[in-house]
Design a protein around this ligand. Sequence first.
Ligand code: NAP
Length: 321
Amino acid sequence: MEKENEKSCVYLLTICAVYANIYVATAHGGVAQLGERTVRIRKVESSILFVSTIKTTPSEWFFFFVNASLEVFVWGYLMKTALITGASRGIGRAVARELAHQGWAVGINYLNRADKARELVEELTAAGCQAAMFQADVADSAAVAEMVRKLGETFSPVELVVNNAGVSGQGLFQDTTDEMWDRYLAVNLSGARNTVKAALPHMISEKRGCIVNISSIWGQRGASCEVAYSCTKAGIIALTRSLAMELAPSGIRVNCVAPGVINTDMVQVLGQETVEELIRETPLGRLGTPEDIAYAVAFFASERAGFITGQVLTADGGFIV
Ligand code: NAP
């Protein structure tokens, strides 16, 4: 009789633990606050911990596994996945880090720097976040579609796309070859089109989703010796506004961040003298940090921006005021 009571007690406590976890996860959109950090609730792990502290018989373990399967199902349903293109370095890296710490499972896309992407995945995983890396040239629509499919299988279908991957270069308009022109367009503009196209079917069927595009102040103002780059970044703004209108009835928001001069490899190649000149031209008197842009992206991605779509947020220290 005592053994029966002990069993009932285990069943009851397991049910309570599982449903308390599901309740908390549901109430908080799958994330919880731990000190200053937002973490994704790991229901299965907490239940394993709970059950492993109790002496269990095979039938009790079977009971636990049925519950754990239910949790995996709910977990999959609650998990929110973001794809950040060009996340191995610079702005994309900071965006991936910020979103991961806010509870997103992040797909880290890169082109060449597998070492930097791996380093970031290891850092985020060690911090209890969900992260995986995917090599793909965003200019290659088939590779992007495959990446979006694999990311969906790894975590859950993509609900947030951050179109960040980009290339830049300086030179006179007349010296810009057909190949250079085509490459800027293919990566900076078609790249964004490719990721959106691959992620949209799921977003439309779910009637929810979010897209954040990274443009540039040069796309807003134009830039001498960066005509091709500026055209692609102006195109990103048109893409943002047009898609925002087309996708609003499907519950999908599309916004854009236009950074000023941000301290990344892309700016450091300009040389010390040019960088100092750009700092002098920035009213706030400093280069922006990748985190300055990541916070703006995270805002657009959050529920707090739920009524905002088709907008361009300039984060440039006052450069083009
Ligand atoms: P970055 O430091 O040069 O990093 C570029 C990132 O994009 C890297 O992760 C790179 O991957 C990836 N990438 C490049 N081509 C790719 C391709 N074809 N497919 C997939 N990934 C690709 O650049 P950033 O300064 O962080 O710039 C990020 C975005 O912000 C760009 O769109 C840029 O135009 C925009 N932006 C930057 C500034 C600025 O001042 N830095 C200002 C305005 C706008 P690998 O590491 O594998 O090469």
